[in-house]
Design a binder for this molecule. Structure first.
Ligand SMILES: NC(=O)c1ccc[n+]([C@@H]2O[C@H](COP(=O)([O-])OP(=O)(O)OC[C@H]3O[C@@H](n4cnc5c(N)ncnc54)[C@H](O)[C@@H]3O)[C@@H](O)[C@H]2O)c1
Length: 245
């Protein structure tokens, strides 16, 4: 039996990077997956997983889109048991150069998107009598990252909402936890300005001397999604190779 056998998972931002990896890992352990993204490349990721996965084009900033995603999960697979709020965006500007528009834009994906997702799945999870929500935050939810004011603010907020939701949803049988990756080998990390230098510096600062692989974050997501974590809620798991230590 797989560790999430028969569960139905929604994974946002599944077209590439860590989201695609979380979807594959959950499917590999028996979950059926609704993989969503604004990027249509998610359809290929779902096709690669096979008949246990469907792709829905989905903007996490839209409540209407969220309603379609939940309806697709219930109509196609009969339930919603797991939500991985993974979609995210990172803008690199110091406070004095950051425009109000870009600040709002980043907040809409990383904070509003997480709020709308938790709100959208709560009813379906409560109907099923169980649920696990995993909000992908960041080490930038725990310490300030210079040059990333919108990212840091939006990820601190997502961490705070995780704890509120854990308290509100616990009585419904829904657990809510956060995962805080450090530098992970995806486009988001490498596309950042000055990333080569930053990666070298983080490798030097990290006790493990390297950046992480998406699979190393998926392993924690899988644990939190599964019944192995049945007494874990309102918790934040740092997956950073010891960088914050
Ligand atoms: N890579 C890292 O070092 C790192 C570190 C800490 C946290 N994170 C977080 O992990 C998550 C995944 O990051 P990644 O590195 O795989 O990034 P990525 O840029 O490779 O993937 C992000 C995905 O989110 C999608 N997306 C963006 N806006 C969206 C929207 N409005 N609606 C739906 N989908 C949208 C993108 O199309 C993309 O497929 C993000 O929340 C990110 O903030 C990443």
């Amino acid at each position: 039996m797989g560790r999430v056998q028969g569960r139905v998972a929604i994974v946002t931002g599944g077209a590439r990077g860590m989201g695609a990896c979380h979807a594959r890992v959950l499917a590999g352990e028996g979950a059926r997956v609704v993989l969503t993204d604004v990027d249509g490349a998610g359809a290929e990721v779902a096709a690669g997983i096979g008949k246990g996965a469907v792709f829905v084009r989905h903007d996490v900033r839209s409540a209407d889109d969220w309603a379609r995603v939940v309806a697709t999960a219930e109509e196609t697979f009969g339930a919603v048991d797991i939500l991985v709020n993974n979609a995210g965006t990172a803008v690199h500007e110091p406070i004095e150069r950051m425009s109000e528009e870009r600040f709002r834009g980043e907040w809409e994906v990383n904070t509003l998107g997480v709020f709308l997702g938790m709100k959208a799945v709560a009813g379906a999870m409560a109907r099923g009598g169980r649920g696990s929500i995993v909000n992908i935050c960041s080490i930038s939810s725990l310490v300030g990252e210079a040059g990333a004011v919108g990212y840091t603010a939006s990820k601190f907020a997502a961490y705070g909402m995780t704890r509120v939701a854990a308290k509100e949803f616990g009585p419904k049988g829904i657990r809510v936890n956060s995962v805080h990756p450090g530098p992970i080998d995806t486009a988001m990390l490498h596309d950042a300005p000055g990333s080569e230098e930053a990666v070298l510096m983080m490798k030097r600062m990290s006790p493990l001397g390297r950046i992480g692989a998406p699979e190393e974050v998926s392993a924690v997501v899988l644990f939190l999604a599964s019944d192995e974590a049945r007494f874990v809620t309102g918790a934040g798991y740092v997956v950073d190779g010891g960088l914050l230590a």
